[in-house]
Design a protein around this ligand. Structure first.
Ligand code: GDD
Ligand code: MG
Length: 361
């Protein structure tokens, strides 16, 4: 079985992290986002993943080469010369996706995190006889997503409204689809949106179905949602009794600490904290609701809450970082500073207090 992952966007909302690597390669809970997905696809019986890439294809393919062998799955790139939106990539990969057997395939947005109930989605798809299945999830703020209005009994979709201005419902497109190859004939070879141009058409023909996704879900393509997604992910690990969660007297609630990271005396790590490879967390540090990317050092008695610290950064001693600070790669923050909601570009230095949220470029 095949799958196509849309990895094309520029990931602007996850800057400054995406200034260093493409969004799908940004670590989520110490593993690149896209690997969470490729592993789930493999578990669901997929043997060939096609990456629809419009931006830096070589970076992605070089990175994933070793995983083809490790995971025993074929990974190929379908390149766009210009960004083709969320449906155009289907036209480019048409021959790869339609092998003449009529077998459905999976399609995924690259920035969604969940338990990936893909087998269940496939069974549902085979059962309804339509052309497309969308997994949906409930959210409190539907306006930033695609809203799906459907019959709860049969799953038949009545309407699909992308980023609605007015409230039409609270069940939204989770960015995970099962598509039959017949859908491909509805996609033109031009930049086009599956949400705005293809799904409404399939819905009109009564061939679009929705299935409510069990468990947690999050689009982690924005910093605040990234941390919320981390919390949900760690919660789900806790529920399943996963050995990935850190243990010890310094751990408070759910946290992940890479085995190569060094954590000093008297630290409090968690709840909802993740420490990457080769990080050094000095004595008395408090890390709560935050992600620390690989190779970063946090000085003694500093406290980081609700923030994301990029690769190889250096936070001094007695520093307080809070309120959605996002540091890019190699940011240096001097000792004894208070930093409130600073978004800091790679290779920058913070020398003074930042008392209210600002972008440091
Ligand atoms: N190959 C390719 N080419 N991929 C693209 C392009 C492109 O031109 N543009 C966007 N993508 C990819 C992104 O990388 C991402 O994986 C996916 O398409 C969706 O794009 P986003 O920019 O993340 O869209 P969104 O989050 O605003 O909305 C989408 O996701 C929501 C769920 O998270 C929509 O599908 C909504 O309907 C949905 O609710
Ligand atoms: Mg998104």
């Amino acid at each position: 079985m095949k799958a196509i992952i849309l990895v094309g966007g520029f990931g602007t909302r996850l800057r400054p992290l995406t200034l260093s690597v493409p969004k799908p390669l940004v670590d989520f809970a110490n593993k690149p986002m896209i690997l969470h997905q490729i592993e789930a696809l493999k578990r669901a019986g997929v043997d060939h993943v096609i990456l629809a890439i419009a931006y830096q294809p070589n970076v992605m393919m070089d990175f994933l080469k070793e995983y083809e062998e490790k995971l025993g799955i074929r990974i190929t790139c379908s390149e766009e010369k210009t960004p083709m939106g969320t449906a155009g990539p289907l036209a480019i990969a048409r021959d790869l996706l339609d092998d003449g057997t009529g077998e459905p395939f999976f399609m995924l947005n690259a920035d969604v995190i969940c338990e990936y109930p893909l087998r269940e989605a496939l069974t549902f798809h085979r059962g309804h006889g339509g052309e497309a299945t969308i997994l949906v999830t409930r959210v409190t703020e539907p306006s930033k997503y695609g809203v799906v209005v459907f019959d709860e009994g049969s799953g038949a979709v009545d309407r699909f409204v992308e980023k609605p201005k007015e409230f039409v419902g609270n069940k939204i497109n989770a960015g995970i689809y099962v598509l039959s190859p017949s859908v491909l004939s509805k996609v033109e070879m031009r930049p086009t949106s599956i949400e705005k141009e293809v799904f409404p058409l399939v819905a009109q023909e009564n061939k679009l179905y929705a299935k409510v996704l069990e468990g947690y879900w999050m689009d982690v393509g924005q910093p605040k949602d990234y941390l919320t997604g981390l919390d949900l992910y760690l919660g789900s690990l806790a529920k399943s009794g996963s050995g990935l969660l850190a243990k010890g007297s310094h751990v408070s609630g759910n946290a992940i600490i890479d085995p190569t990271a060094v954590v000093g005396e008297g630290c409090v790590i968690g709840p909802n904290a993740c420490i990457g490879k080769d990080c050094v967390i000095e004595d008395g540090v408090c890390l709560r609701n935050c992600m620390v990317f690989p190779g970063t050092r946090i000085g003694k008695h500093s406290c980081v809450t609700g923030s994301i610290i990029g690769w190889k950064s250096r936070v001094g001693q007695w520093v307080r970082l809070e309120n959605m600070c996002v540091f890019g790669e190699d940011v240096q923050c001097k000792d004894e500073l208070y930093v409130n909601g600073a978004v800091v570009l790679p290779h920058k230095e913070i020398k003074g207090n930042v008392s209210k949220p600002e972008i440091i470029i």
